[in-house]
Design a protein around this ligand. Structure first.
Ligand code: KDG
Length: 310
């Protein structure tokens, strides 16, 4: 069984029950979120092991997130409680752009942003097959960024999802910090998309972007939203097309894709097969509210693929 460790801010998500501007939304549904926490749930769902290094507020939301993730089979032994509150965010869906979601964050000074190098146990990091984090954790505070750097320094294998959230930092800051990390800490896995590539390497064409990004990673996964995803490795590329399904909320679809791909790769799947399965996981994830509730097991992915063949 492979073991992944992620570093992240775990957030409480309040997802609008109805689409449209939040000023007209009355009801919200609570979920546990945070990109790398979603990765962890996806990784665990395919039968591997995953642990999270993070801080949660010592409050009802912090207890809720801790219990939820433990219930999903995630190793929570390196999640600490902190006196600051657990960060929260709201999701506005399908407005102003249909099939897109907007995040409204209330996380400044949150417990999650207090993540620091002292939370990173080097022996724990060395016990993992891979260490994964994202542009979000690099953005939330200097101490969280330094925690990721300490973990990457001690990791056997590194993975990063660029996940640039422009409400957390400017495009210039994102480019400087993420490219700095890529240059210093070559990755095995880089997960990104076209918007982030435009910021990082100023390329809008996936092939052109990857020709630059592959200097820093062995395997690059380009997320293409409803069009599926393309993986680049050893000078080859493989595209797995997406599926047309009713979209409830796209939040977390990229994490479902990345976490499922990584887990199945470590289960010994070929890169092509791992990507095909991962695209199914991200497809199903957009059909419900909540980032990771619809992430399917391997056998559910197979049922989906069987049905598609008919
Ligand atoms: O990828 C989904 C995440 O963006 C969501 O869970 C919230 O972690 C989050 C963030 O910081 O935006």
């Amino acid at each position: 069984m492979a073991k992944m460790i992620t570093l992240c801010e775990i957030l409480i998500e309040f997802n609008a029950l109805t689409s449209g501007p939040l000023r007209h939304v009355t009801y919200f549904e609570k979920h546990i979120a945070g990109s790398e926490a979603n990765y962890c749930v996806a990784f665990t769902k395919q039968g591997n092991e995953c642990g999270i290094i993070a801080r949660l507020g010592e409050d009802e939301f912090g207890y809720n997130a801790m219990e939820w993730l433990r219930g999903k089979g995630v190793d929570v032994s390196h999640i600490k409680f902190d006196p600051a509150p657990t960060g929260i965010f709201f999701i506005q869906r399908h407005y102003p752009v249909p099939h897109k979601s907007n995040f409204i964050y209330y996380r400044k000074g949150s417990a999650g942003s207090k993540l620091s190098p002292e939370d990173v146990d080097e022996n724990y990091i060395r016990s993992a097959d891979l260490v994964h984090s994202s542009g979000i954790t690099l953005a939330i505070s200097d101490s969280a960024k330094n925690a990721v750097i300490k973990a990457f320094n001690n990791a056997k294998v590194r993975s990063l999802d660029t996940n640039i959230r422009l409400k957390l930092w400017s495009a210039e800051q994102a480019r400087e910090i993420i490219m700095g990390v890529l240059k210093e800490y070559p990755l095995k896995f880089l997960i990104t998309d076209i918007e982030d590539s435009r910021i990082l390497v100023r390329e809008s064409d996936p092939d052109a972007a990857v020709s630059k990004l592959s200097n820093y990673a062995e395997i690059v996964i380009m997320k293409l939203g409803p069009k599926g995803s393309t993986v680049y490795y050893e000078g080859k590329k493989y595209h797995s097309p997406g599926y047309q399904v009713p979209v409830e909320d796209v939040t977390g679809a990229g994490d479902a894709l990345g976490g499922t791909f990584l887990s199945l790769y470590y289960k010994g799947f070929s890169i092509e097969k791992a990507l095909d399965y991962a695209v199914v996981a991200s497809t199903l994830s957009v059909m419900v509210r909540g980032d990771h509730e619809n992430i399917p097991s391997t056998s559910d992915i197979e049922s989906f693929l069987e049905e598609m063949k008919r």
